[in-house]
Design a protein around this ligand. Structure first.
Ligand code: ATP
Ligand code: MG
Length: 235
């Protein structure tokens, strides 16, 4: 049993309730798991279903051997899973520090200590803690979004396209931060458009196509597979 295990998840939106057509996902303690695949494959939908934003039509999701299928996002968050959405993942008009307070709202006790801890991890944010979040660079905003998620001290962190829109240099800085967070004991499932880089920092990976698992395995093996290189990694 993994730390996070999703089995046969069918989920979607309103009438289109089978965007995910029975997807499996597993995250073991200490892992970075990459999730890649074409636009519209259902990668974001999978993270939303795991985080509780979408109620699966069928299938099961377990976190640390507890059933979380269909639970409310805040309950799932309290149980140790944090989710950073693809978009609108910070409050632009609030300060960096206020954003971190929002990240810790589910458990305001001890929030000050946790803010100090999180700011210690991200010196750029510490320096700008009184600045409005909208004044941060793209990379700093993604750092802030991750820092907010870390306020609940999660066992598992779900990241939806953390490097989207960033320059190669900013993306590299962000991936380094992700590796560091992982080394501190947070297991990570990360959706990435930047497939080569995602496979480079992941232990294992999943390729989703049209709402289904296409390939899965050690990230290095997938990255070395000629067919995967040709179809998903640009040669
Ligand atoms: N809120 C929504 N309501 C209805 N359909 C949606 C909604 N969000 C996504 N979809 C549909 O679900 C399918 C999967 O979308 P999803 O966002 O999960 O793909 P993705 O793999 O994350 O793609 P991308 O790489 O572009 O982010 C798409 O066909 C999309 O149109
Ligand atoms: Mg997406």
């Amino acid at each position: 049993m993994g730390l996070l295990t999703a089995t046969g998840v069918v989920a979607g939106y309103g009438a289109a309730d089978e965007i995910l057509k029975g997807v499996d996902l597993r995250v073991e303690p200490g892992e970075i798991v990459g999730i890649i695949g074409p636009n519209g494959a259902g990668k974001s939908t999978l993270l939303k279903a795991v985080a509780g934003l979408l109620k699966p039509k069928s299938g099961a999701i377990q976190l640390d051997n507890q059933d979380i299928t269909g639970k409310e996002p805040r309950d799932i968050s309290r149980m140790g899973l944090a989710y950073v959405p693809q978009e609108h993942n910070i409050f632009p008009s609030m300060s960096v520090r206020e954003n971190l307070e929002m990240g810790g709202y589910v458990d305001p006790k001890g929030a000050k200590e946790r803010i100090d801890g999180v700011l210690g991890r991200f010196p750029v944010l510490a320096k700008k803690r009184r600045h409005a979040a909208r004044t941060l660079s793209g990379g700093e905003r993604q750092m802030l979004a991750m820092a907010m998620a870390l306020m609940v001290e999660p066992a598992v962190l779900l990241l939806d396209e953390p490097s989207a829109g960033l320059s190669p240099v900013a993306a590299e800085v962000l991936f380094d931060a992700i590796i560091k967070i992982n080394k501190e004991g947070v297991s990570i499932a990360m959706v990435e458009q930047n497939a080569n880089e995602a496979l480079a920092i992941s232990h294992r990976a999943y390729i989703l196509v049209d709402g289904k698992n296409s390939r899965t395995g050690p990230a290095a093996a997938l990255a070395a597979d000629p067919e995967i290189r040709r179809i998903f990694l640009g040669g």
